[in-house]
Design a protein around this ligand. Sequence first.
Ligand SMILES: *Cc1c(COP(=O)(O)O)cnc(C)c1O
Length: 396
Amino acid sequence: MDNFDPKNPIRTSMLPYGSQWLDDEDREAVMKVLRGDFITQGPAIAAFEQAIAEHVGARYAVAFSNGTAALHGACFAAGIGPGDEVITSPITFLASSNCVLYQGGKPVFADIDPHTYNIDPDRVEERITSRTRAIIPVDFTGQPAEMDRIMALAEKHNLVVIEDAAHSLGASYKGRKVGSIAHMTMFSFHPVKHITTGEGGMIVTDDEEYYRKLLLFRNHGMTRNPEELERNDGPWYYEMHALGFNYRMTDLQAALGSSQLRKLDRFVQQRRDIARTYNEAFEGIPGLVMPKQHPDADSSWHLYVLRWETENFRATRREIFEGLRAQNIGVNVHYIPVYRQPYYKGLGYSAEGCPNAEQYYETAISLPIFPRMTADDVRDVIQAVTQTTKQLRERG
Ligand SMILES: *Cc1c(COP(=O)(O)O)cnc(C)c1O
């Protein structure tokens, strides 16, 4: 293969690492709501909630304005408050631990497994104290965390498990759909995720009490349910029972979500096909670490992360990253360990106890993966990775 010529990159325009896929059916679903009577809090919300609950095998679903708000709601429903500790992964998006801070609780980071990059149940167990109230496992890249072991720890120590499944809609664990395993499970519908509502999130649960609290929390802590009222002054009457927020989703978004959900199985299959093509192409290239899959997990492949054993290349991760970007391959890094953030450092957090997360962060690069990628797009990524790898290895 020829060496890289900066005036002649493999692609002429940047290929993003992720992107939504909307079609005419999606646009028509939104238009139908725009022509109707409700643009928020109408029938489309309940329909979308029911469709998601059925799809993942949960009894209840509560839509939120975004996944972060949904996580906040789950922490409220779980009763997280000042002094409570909640264990989560450091290799995640900020929202997985920020939701604990919103409630006045204390996030505790447990190190990741060096192969799957998911939270390591042994490290979780070491971090459990008398103040621990919940665990927030993150299904990183779409690969479910080791849920049986996490649920067993939760049972033993009387903890609530809130699964951050922002990456794993459509994935399963031991043949069970993500959304049917944890006490509460959060999905995000941000445009890079499996299906989108622009912004949006959802909590699914089988527990009626969590369900009621989630409904309360997303609507200012207000209820009109006659069974819940302390008194009843008349048909106009409502009561505020908790300090909630306006975290509601609109009907426009929910209609889009229902339309997108009908395509989820195809989207996930397309992601799995791209991951398999990458695996076959990169297998056996020395110095490249492939994304390992736990035998219990069937990933829905939100991300495809390659790690570069940089000593093999006499190049830094940054040089590799910049080399791929120069070819217009929109690589990214997921994620900067949360404890490294200045805000968290200010709270006293450090890398202590998380050597695997540190090592992961130094060498990880996410490649583009999304259903709308064409065979040519996939080939461009493979060519760029192969060429960059070869060049950086040969460099004196
Ligand atoms: C996207 C994401 C969230 C938050 O979802 P939003 O809908 O963007 O608020 C939370 N956790 C993880 C791991 C995510 O990737």
